[in-house]
Design a protein around this ligand. Sequence first.
Ligand SMILES: *Cc1c(COP(=O)(O)O)cnc(C)c1O
Length: 239
Amino acid sequence: MTDRRDELAANLAKVERRIADACAAAGRARDEVTLIVVTKTYPASDVRILAELGVRHVAENRDQDAAPKAEACSDLPLTWHFVGQLQTNKVRSVVGYADFVQSVDRSRLVSALSKEAVRAGRELGCLLQVALDADESGRGERGGIGPGGIGELADLVAGAPGLRLDGLMTVAPLTGEYAGREQAAFERLMVLSTDLRRSHQAATMVSAGMSTDLEQAVSAGATHVRVGSAVLGVRPRLG
Ligand SMILES: *Cc1c(COP(=O)(O)O)cnc(C)c1O
């Protein structure tokens, strides 16, 4: 346990350094960027250590893993982000522990989230997941809506009881015109965010950048980076 603590502390310090350097290089204040540690596939004991080390935001992508972990960590001062593809039959469970759902990408999901948030008497932060490998009006391979769908879905979330429209999220695409061009992809997301904020001023969150491309995301203007393996170690496949 102590070894794991040392390992996580060292990894966290490295990631913290990278974020600080990227902020400095971009002329941004360090507090403009929030680190979210993606704890998927790792045990609740790791989440507990991370909380002790000062982490305040964690993310998960599968409800089956996340629900018991969040339960086991419910005494910790953590904000939970759900970042995976979300089926409507999991919504009730996710709304039970998530403070943010970053993967909102279709109207059916919006209605389901709204219904459960109201039922639970809570307000849920929502980010629209943008697929930059999709057609303007299409859908991404790994979830997300094409840029052309943002306006309509944003209005839907903003008008849905129990939901708060907080911003946009993306994952750097593996295919299409942005494949291998993370910086360009994140800059495109920033343009879409600026557009969105014209009609939804409070939707200021821009969630982009993972272990390998957090520098590009910070440089482009991301407000939240989602870092998993650089903190916790390389996951077995299927993470
Ligand atoms: C797993 C995951 C991350 C973190 O990825 P790493 O490469 O491990 O940093 C970020 N965002 C989403 C949506 C993920 O599923």
